[in-house]
Design a protein around this ligand. Structure first.
Ligand code: E4P
Length: 214
């Protein structure tokens, strides 16, 4: 499973990239609003750090506006993938952008039907949001399972990015579905690294090494 980081924070991205595990980045308007500086500069910096898809989201409400924004965003760097919210206008935009060779990530996907339509419209990626479904007492990972199965039955090439990940268990469950990627907040990547027995083990080895005669 590919590991994407879900942040617009350049330092977090640099640190995660240095671990050698980063395959891509997803940003959204909320994540970019937390950072200082122009969003174009931030996206450019991110693309220079990570050699993989970097999702940048359009905010227009009509297909025409989305396509215009998408063209501007893709001009920033060849790694940019356009994140388009799931809607009829979004589908029209994805369909047109595909014809122009611009890759899209259909976001805010909360059902297998939405994912199927996104794929048919031409999205290169779909992002089902598991955490937000869990928040309303619907098991988010169930829709990921269904999407992965449907895409596999019909040999659909659209990649599934499990999004809205909140904890390390979400990552394990995402990997078990066979999804192509999980986009993970930096805090969760750090949680995945750690295990209390690893910490204790390192401390014990260091303490014992002090007793070794040089
Ligand atoms: C996905 O691409 C989104 O940026 C993200 O995963 C949303 O997560 P949230 O529900 O924690 O905001």
């Amino acid at each position: 499973m590919k590991i994407f980081i879900d942040t617009a924070n350049v330092e977090e991205i640099r640190e995660a990239a240095s671990l050698g595990v980063l395959d891509g980045v997803t940003t959204n308007p909320t994540l970019l609003s937390k950072e200082q500086g122009s969003f174009r500069d931030i996206l450019k910096q991110i693309c220079e750090i990570v050699d993989g898809p970097v999702s940048a989201e359009v905010v227009a409400s009509d297909a025409e506006g989305m396509v215009a924004e998408a063209r501007e965003l893709s001009a920033i760097h060849s790694n940019i993938v356009i994140k388009v919210p799931m809607s009829k206008e979004g589908m029209k935009a994805v369909h047109r952008l595909k014809q122009e060779g611009i890759r899209c990530n259909m976001t805010l996907v909360f059902s297998p039907n939405q994912a199927l339509l996104a794929a048919k419209a031409g999205a290169a990626f779909v992002s089902p949001f598991v955490g937000r479904l869990d928040d309303i007492s619907h098991i988010g990972m169930e829709i990921v399972d269904q999407i992965v199965e449907i895409f596999s039955i019909y040999d659909i090439e659209t990649q599934v990015i499990v999004a809205s990940i909140r904890n390390p268990l979400h990552v394990i469950d995402a990997a078990l579905t066979g999804a192509d990627a999980a986009t993970i907040p930096f805090k969760v990547i750090e949680q995945m690294v750690k295990h209390p027995l690893t910490t204790i083990g390192i401390e014990r080895f260091l303490a014992d090494w002090q007793k070794v005669r040089q």
